[in-house]
Write a new protein. Structure first.
Length: 125
C-alpha cells in the first residue's frame, strides 16, 4: 500500500489541495518500507490525481476534500480516507496498526465557486 498524506509541518493539513507538501509512505503488512516528504506541485484540478497515479499511490488520507477532487481520484482508482486529523506520525501509526477510521470530510460544500456560493476558504473545524 502506498499512501499520500497532506502534510503541514508534521500535522495533517486541513485543506488537502492547498497543503505545502505530502508525506508519501509505503507500507507492507505492518512494516513501513519507505517514507518521504514531497513538495506540493500546486493546486489545479486533476493535477494531484495524475501525479499520484504516476507515483503508484493507491490511497490518499485527508481531513477534507472537495467533491470534484474525490471524483478525480476515484477515476484514477485511488482510494480516499477522509476525516483524519492529528499528526502525520500518528496517522501512519494508525494505518500500520489497522486502526485508522474513515470519517466525514472536514470540507463543507460552498468553498470556492459552485453550490451557488463563492467563498475563498473551506469551513474547517
Amino acid at each position: 500500500m502506498k499512501i499520500a498524506i497532506p502534510d503541514d509541518n508534521g500535522a495533517i493539513s486541513s485543506h488537502f489541495g492547498r497543503c505545502p507538501g505530502f508525506t508519501i509512505v509505503e507500507i507492507k503488512g505492518k512494516k513501513i518500507l519507505s517514507r518521504e516528504l514531497i513538495d506540493s506541485p500546486g493546486h489545479s484540478p486533476g493535477m494531484l490525481p495524475d501525479l499520484f497515479s504516476k507515483l503508484k499511490i493507491d490511497t490518499v488520507v485527508a481531513g477534507g476534500m472537495g467533491m470534484r477532487a474525490q471524483e478525480l481520484f476515484e477515476q484514477k482508482n485511488i482510494d480516499i480516507i477522509l476525516g483524519a486529523d492529528g499528526s502525520v506520525d500518528d496517522i501512519i501509526k494508525n494505518i500500520v496498526e489497522g486502526t485508522l477510521k474513515r470519517g466525514e470530510s472536514s470540507c463543507s460544500p460552498g468553498s470556492g465557486k459552485g453550490y451557488g456560493l463563492e467563498k475563498p476558504e473551506c469551513d474547517h473545524s
